[in-house]
Ligand binder design. Structure first.
Ligand code: M6R
Length: 390
């Protein structure tokens, strides 16, 4: 298996069917729809009593928090904030005993996150760690926790740990809803829908990984656009090495995470934006051929995403679009231009809450293929360390 992949990162991306399975295994009863998380069981009552929830992390782990913030808010019926550990400390956020502070960290050793954890412990808050390294500092210094079980992650770019963090956060939300007996039908239906979708998620992950030829082609198309820009006098140098990635709702975190991965391993400037931000500034960079990726998956934000697509198209920029399988006609119907529909890739359908997992995998592959095409060291990008302990 080792020889099938040219880097550890590539291998780790391809392990995600198995790592997603192990994030779920033993925690979900698919018959009764009950979720049980051993590491927090003894603290569930206290967790349910907490008044506010903070999710604190750095880098990719913050994006796992961002991706699940809305889901946790709905499932727990509490106010949920997402903060970078440094920003959290800079703000002197007033924390009390009644707050639940969740620390998400692959390594469990990130210095910034550890400092924020010390601060919360001193304030007497209930702390919960979501980590991939058993016995790490964050594991040891939190009141309770959930292991993401993704196995050792070697590549500096976090890939398989991210999708497992995402799953653990969603499971945490369901566990709280069930313990809290939030019986409102919306929450109950949502929990059941997520659990049913989790059962199918490993298979769908495989389906996404099987689309890699299309993603490789997308990497090629992005580079082609950038080459055209380089030769054109309409653009400046910055625009020829740039890429926008746009998403709304659940896909905003995907856009942010994609941009981080592309910067990190392909050394290409990429920006992950909320699609609604375009006309508040970013649209000024956009002209013919400026490369953009847009997520317009099937969920309650899809119409807004199609709107953003047309804002780009009317500036001569046709984005590459990710849609949900079966939405090809929907895309064509919403594409307000006489030209052919944009290059698009259809992802398998899941519940809207889990689509962020299926959508981020193509972005991990895209960053890998861009990095390979540009001759970058994928596993060990320049200037970076796997865990930032200082
Ligand atoms: O180990 P951690 O999850 O605490 O690390 C946090 C960040 O340093 C990390 O996610 C970083 O952003 C990754 N290299 C991104 O791929």
């Amino acid at each position: 298996e080792e020889n099938l992949f040219s880097s550890k990162t590539e291998k780790e991306i391809h392990q995600q069917r198995a790592t997603i399975e192990s994030a779920i295994r033993g925690r979900v009863d698919f018959e009764t729809h009950a979720v049980k998380l051993g590491g927090i069981q003894g603290h569930l009552d206290e967790i349910c009593r907490s008044s506010r929830i903070y999710m604190i992390a750095m880098g990719t782990s913050t994006h796992a928090a961002l991706a699940t913030q809305t889901i946790l808010t709905t499932l727990t019926n509490k106010s949920v904030s997402v903060m970078q550990a440094t920003q959290f400390l800079d703000m002197d956020e007033p924390i009390s005993k009644s707050d639940l502070c969740i620390f998400i960290s692959q390594s469990g050793e990130t210095a910034d996150s550890k400092h924020a954890l010390d601060y919360c412990n001193q304030a007497g808050a209930l702390t919960l760690g979501i980590t991939n390294v058993v016995g790490s500092s964050i594991c040891q210094n939190t009141s309770c926790g959930i292991h993401v079980n993704a196995g050792v992650e070697v590549g500096v770019a976090s890939t398989k740990a991210y999708t497992s963090q995402y799953i653990c956060l969603v499971l945490l939300g369901i566990a709280i809803a069930q313990a809290h007996s939030i019986t409102g039908s919306r929450v109950r239906e949502m929990s059941i829908e997520i659990i049913d979708a989790l059962r199918e998620l490993p298979g769908k992950t495989e389906e996404v990984l099987n689309q890699k030829a299309k993603i490789r082609h997308l990497a090629h198309l992005i580079q082609e656009k950038q080459a055209t820009i380089k030769e054109s006098t309409m653009f400046n140098r910055e625009q020829s090495n740039s890429l926008y990635i746009l998403g709304r709702g659940f896909q905003y975190a995907v856009a942010r995470e994609a941009a981080l991965k592309i910067k990190e391993i392909a050394y290409m400037h990429a920006e992950g934006l909320c699609a609604s931000e375009l006309k508040h500034g970013p649209l000024a960079m956009v002209q013919d051929n400026f490369p953009t990726i847009l997520f317009a998956l099937k969920d309650r934000y899809q119409e807004h995403a199609f709107n953003a697509m047309n804002q780009l198209v009317s500036r001569g920029c046709v984005p590459f679009v990710f849609i949900t399988e079966g939405d090809e006609l929907e895309l064509a119907r919403n594409f307000k231009c006489k030209e052919n529909v944009p290059f698009h890739i259809a992802l398998p359908k899941s519940t809207p809450c889990l689509q962020g997992i299926l959508a981020v995998i193509p972005m991990q592959l895209l960053s890998l293929y861009l990095a390979q095409a540009r001759g970058c060291n994928v596993d060990q990008p320049r200037n970076l360390a796997k865990s930032v302990t200082v």
